[in-house]
Design a protein around this ligand. Structure first.
Ligand SMILES: NC(=O)C1=CN([C@@H]2O[C@H](COP(=O)(O)OP(=O)(O)OC[C@H]3O[C@@H](n4cnc5c(N)ncnc54)[C@H](OP(=O)(O)O)[C@@H]3O)[C@@H](O)[C@H]2O)C=CC1
Ligand SMILES: O=C(O)[C@@H]1CCC=N1
Length: 267
């Protein structure tokens, strides 16, 4: 008998995981999804050939329950599924800020809960996910979560106390980089470049720079220094970034994301 994985809440992140599992070779019969809105359920059923069921049916049938609703929707979802959940199942939560203790306290005693922080580059199999064990997890539960997330990119294990910082760095991180990309494209347009030219220049520069970081393993400071010719253009630009306190702004922004993650479970 095949082990079933149910994704409860198939919005942006839930669909990202679903599509990754299918690309990695999981058969639609091994997957179940739940959705609140009928039109979204129909769209996903047609796109992936998966069954869309109620939360209670998913909790009753699947061996692994992956919770991908917004943190604010988590209390209601847990109250709904708790009567159907059994200690033999594994619960994997992708919600920002929601601790394993929060989930364990709302489910039957002994259920293994793994907390995961993924990110959207998982859509192109370049995701970064960090996983943490709850009180009732053993190695097999962590391996199960790793095998799910490894379908869409890299996976590391972190102590749960680091998850709010992880959320602020790699969970939200793609948005900061897209923000920088937007700003660079706008700068090109401002200087008279056609938008399509500016976009191609910036996107390939980001892809190339990421590859350079990954493939050389060099520290980013070293790579930045190699671009910075004495008395040249880059030095002029970096001076402006420092004058405008962009480094300090990143620190404050990422601390704000960490603090927001900490606050989410209390809402
Ligand atoms: N987006 C991202 O980059 C990342 C998101 N996450 C986490 O993933 C989770 C989902 O985020 P995201 O995908 O962006 O949000 P979305 O709003 O896109 O997805 C949540 C989905 O869950 C549905 N839903 C809500 N309540 C229920 C319920 N009781 N039963 C079934 N379905 C339900 C929502 O339906 P409806 O539309 O009707 O509300 C929606 O489709 C969050 O907890 C977030 O912290 C983690 C890392 C990265
Ligand atoms: O913005 C959010 O709350 C979610 C969690 C990390 C990325 N997106």
């Amino acid at each position: 008998m095949t082990s079933q994985v149910a994704i409860l809440g198939a919005g942006v992140m839930g669909e990202t995981l679903l599509s990754g599992l299918i690309r990695a070779g999981r058969r639609p019969e091994e997957l179940l999804i739940t959705e609140r809105r009928e039109e979204r359920a129909t769209e996903l059923r047609e796109r992936y050939g998966v069954d869309v069921v109620s939360n209670v049916d998913a909790a009753a049938k699947a061996d692994t329950l992956v919770l991908v609703v917004k943190p604010q929707d988590m209390p209601d979802l847990l109250a709904e599924i708790a009567p159907a959940v059994r200690p033999s199942q594994t619960v994997v939560s992708l919600a920002a800020g929601i601790t394993t203790g929060f989930i364990e306290s709302r489910l039957p005693e002994g259920v293994a809960v793994v907390r995961v922080m993924p990110n959207t580059p998982a859509l192109v199999d370049e995701g970064m996910a960090a996983i943490s064990r709850g009180a009732h997890c053993d190695e097999s539960h962590l391996e199960l979560a790793e095998s799910l997330l490894a379908a869409t990119g890299r996976v590391i294990r972190v102590p749960e106390k680091q998850q709010d910082a992880v959320t602020a760095i790699s969970g939200s991180g793609p948005a900061y980089l897209f923000f920088v990309v937007e700003a660079m494209i706008e700068a090109g347009v401002h200087m008279g470049l056609p938008r399509s030219t500016a976009t191609e220049l910036v996107v390939q520069t980001v892809v190339g720079s990421a590859k350079l970081l990954r493939e050389t393993g060099e520290h980013p400071t070293v790579l930045r220094e190699r671009v910075t010719s004495p008395g040249g253009t880059t030095a002029a630009a970096v001076r402006e970034l420092e004058d405008h306190k962009v480094r300090a702004a990143f620190l404050s922004a990422i601390e704000a994301a960490r603090n927001r993650s900490r606050a989410l479970a209390a809402e």
